[in-house]
Design a binder for this molecule. Structure first.
Ligand SMILES: *Cc1c(COP(=O)(O)O)cnc(C)c1O
Length: 393
């Protein structure tokens, strides 16, 4: 069984490129070029240098001593929260902006929900001196004022999506419309392992630096490259794809994917796609998707904006369907309690997305000699208001 994309852009039955005719030339150009360009030594060298000196890689693999003692197993945290801009997302935007430059594109567009991907995109556009337009739902612009201000400071134009529910999916539609209208000079930076082929594979490759570093760091600390468990939260699935990537074919590594249950999987307010989803097409790829009986996309819900997505990337749909990964859903309350617990026990305030991954420690039993790696995808600064309201701080 292969867990990587095949030549046609599929992971098992999932993936592909279900796109309007008008978008075909743009996506086809990317498909033909992405492996060739990213394999060039000069690309690799520039990517590696920016990850090192600009993003701050390698991020530490930290042995969490107090947590390990309490849970009677060996727990390591992969510290993506220490990346520049506070999360793993920048690994991908750096990769894609270098690709855009080599394709001769000087106008960058992106969509954003909570604003995290918008900030990561605006950041690399400032770094490269390229024009940046970020589409964002009008409702999200109101809800996420600090990230809108960050994007503006970084020189990006934030364009409100005024149609539909005025949230992420509407912003995505606007970005796709823009790309269709500006096929020659514009590059569309997608923020997760979603969208038409080759985006899921391309983003997974850029994020795979996470598992590449884990292997090197575990070899040094434990004398073996592979952990017994690797755990990550899944929104669209990019931090998880990066954390799993180099372990996919090592079947002795248990892969755990953590989804947001929201108020509970049966509550009607949830984002647990593997439990609630059916096969469908979203953002140009065939995957698992939360939808009504007649195929309308269901509004997802999670307290964490980054996990509030009605689908998962096609790689994750395949990891679920094939049984390679075990999927666990964690509620808002469990995640919030872990936000506080990790702060208290290790002095690390996590993003609420990342806090979901830690709650697996209460759901599963580990052996004392097990090596458990949790991907700490981002820091909690952006979530402080949510923590303040929840805990009445
Ligand atoms: C955006 C985000 C996520 C969810 O996105 P993935 O593509 O699933 O990784 C998770 N954690 C943090 C900190 C984020 O900002």
């Amino acid at each position: 069984m292969s867990y990587h994309v095949n030549e046609k852009g599929y992971y098992g039955e999932f993936g592909g490129a279900y796109i309007p005719e008008m978008l075909y030339p743009n996506v086809e150009e990317l498909r033909q070029q992405y492996l060739k360009i990213t394999a060039e030594p000069s690309f690799q060298a520039e990517f590696d240098a920016l990850l090192k000196d600009y993003v701050g890689r390698p991020t530490p693999l930290y042995f969490a001593e107090r947590l390990s003692k309490q849970y009677k197993t060996k727990i390591y945290l992969k510290r993506e929260d220490l990346c520049h801009t506070g999360a793993h997302k920048v690994n991908n935007t750096i990769g894609q902006i270098l690709l855009a430059k080599r394709l001769g594109k000087n106008r960058i567009i992106a969509e954003t929900g909570a604003g995290q991907h918008g900030v990561a995109t605006a950041t690399v556009c400032a770094l490269m001196g390229l024009q940046c337009i970020v589409y964002m739902g009008e409702i999200d612009i109101e809800r996420q004022a600090p990230n809108v201000a960050r994007m503006k400071m970084l020189g990006a134009e934030v364009r409100p999506a005024l149609s539909g529910s005025r949230t992420l999916k509407d912003a995505t539609n606007e970005a796709i419309r823009d790309w269709i209208n500006n096929p020659v000079d514009t590059y569309y930076i997608i923020g997760s392992v979603v969208g038409p082929h080759p985006y899921p594979d391309m983003v997974a490759r850029f994020q795979s630096v996470i598992s590449q570093e884990i292997k090197t760091q575990l070899l040094e600390k434990e004398g073996k490259e592979n952990p017994d468990y690797v755990i990550a939260c899944v929104g669209g699935g990019s931090n998880a794809a990066g954390a799993y990537y180099h372990f996919l074919d090592d079947e002795e590594v248990n892969i755990i994917a953590v989804e947001a249950a929201g108020l509970g999987v049966d509550s009607g307010e949830s984002a647990a796609t593997s439990v609630l989803g059916k096969v469908g097409v979203i953002h140009g790829s065939k995957t698992l998707l939360m939808q009504s009986k007649d195929g309308q996309i269901t509004e997802p819900y999670s307290i964490s904006a980054g996990l509030d997505y009605p689908g998962v990337g096609p790689m994750h749909a395949h990891l679920y369907a094939s049984g390679r990964a075990q999927f666990i859903s964690i509620t808002d309350d469990q995640a919030m309690q872990w936000g506080l617990k990790l702060s208290n026990m290790e002095g690390i305030i996590p993003a609420i997305e990342s806090a979901h991954a830690f709650a697996v420690l209460d759901e599963m039993k580990f052996k004392p000699e097990d090596v458990v790696v949790i991907n700490l995808s981002g820091r909690g600064d952006k979530d402080l208001n949510t923590y303040i309201e929840y805990f009445k701080l």
